[in-house]
Ligand binder design. Sequence first.
Ligand code: 2P0
Length: 353
Amino acid sequence: MSRRAVLPDARRRAVTAVLGRQWGRPPARAVGAAYAPANVALVKYWGKRDEVLNLPNTDSLSLSLGPLGTWTSIRPSDRDRFRMNGRCLAANDPACTRLRAYLDLFRGPECPAFEVESRNTVPTAAGVASSASAYASIAIALDMLFGWRLAPGELSVLARLGSGSAARSIALGFVRWRRGRRSDGLDSRAEPLSATWPGLRVGLWMVRRGAKAVGSREAMRRCGRTSPLYAAWPATVAADLREVLAALRARDLERLGTAAEGNALAMHATMIAARPPVIYWTGATLRALAEVAALRREGVAVWATMDAGPNLKLLFEVREERALRERIPALRIVDPWDVRDAGAGGAEMPGVE
Ligand code: 2P0
């Protein structure tokens, strides 16, 4: 194995060694099982200061998607077996390679391999990233399997080593992921905010299905290295973060929506200016954005955010549900605070009774 192949895991392993003082000990129980929600960023994570440890250039702030997420169970095994949504993952599947490398961090003599079963409650084609809820649920399930009893902030660090946005999926509601300053990233962790907003809803508006041409990892990297607009991104995030925090304190949807929508569009602007450009938008995306603006002109309080893809996530309050269902029949409406359908794993979520 080349030196280059070994080094990244050595750095991730150093982090797990600091976190858990008992790695390599046998599992504490036969199975660890947990649920974690997906999340939608209102202020986006876009660009890394460290690609191995998934350390971001800026803070970000998200809202978890309650019943949409991933339920994972993990058992010790003699060889790795990964099932996702009831199907065995092929050994050469990129998701399998990534998971195997992550689990390498936790193998020991008594636990050389793992049987992992994951079920997404997010429809695979819902335009919601599943790596966030997948790695958060895996981190929580491993904590339960090994009996580490890590604090939520430590679980966030562990989840981040699998996928950056997973750092935010270890809690429900509004979550802020702090960039941190340390090179080992131990201070780059997410924590739930005390703000709640029971009437707030998220609408998933799929305008196009199918795999994207450029993955978000590559898109982020390309923006950081080549986009002339990326230099302005950290200041944009700082201003939008202040706005969103103030909006949450005041429960001011217009302020929240304006900041979140502007932040998403600014992120896409950095992509469009990258060389070569990353353009996730289609004609349908632009028509949908125009429809959101038209709805606002008609007095419907709704704003859009978008991630690394062509689809929209709408932000609105429950009183607008009827108008939006009428105008956008395909809209899938999510109550971020409803975890009743999340499965028994909901009981494993920190902060969930
Ligand atoms: C976010 N996205 O804040 C941003 C907005 C996409 C657009 O986090 O490489 O899958 O695993 O750290 O977390 C998608 O990136 O990337 C993402 P990795 P991740 O939600």
